[in-house]
Design a protein. Structure first.
Length: 89
């Protein structure tokens, strides 16, 4: 049986990034790892992940959670470096 760590290691994203997607989608982290792995296989999916992470930052700021927004910004910066958006044709 696969553990949560196995699933996180399988996905090409950091645990903080996957946790942020889980928060955005209101799903368990293990389900988010599967979702992230699937979305990473298409340009549209990568765009969706970028949007979700940016939504989390905006939501934190709307709720006055500045420190959380800063944490999410650092997480997004790492994701952006690891999975840059492809230029639109």
């Amino acid at each position: 049986m696969l553990s949560l760590k196995d699933c996180l290691d399988f996905c090409d994203m950091e645990q903080e990034e996957i946790s942020a997607i889980a928060q955005h989608e209101h799903i368990p982290v293990i389900v988010a790892a599967e979702l992230c792995d699937t979305l990473l296989h298409t340009e549209e999916g990568v765009r969706d992940l970028h949007s979700m992470l940016l939504d989390n930052i905006a939501t934190a700021l709307e709720h006055g959670e500045v420190e959380r927004a800063n944490e999410l910004s650092r997480t997004y910066q790492h994701f952006q470096t690891s999975h840059p958006l492809a230029p639109r044709a």
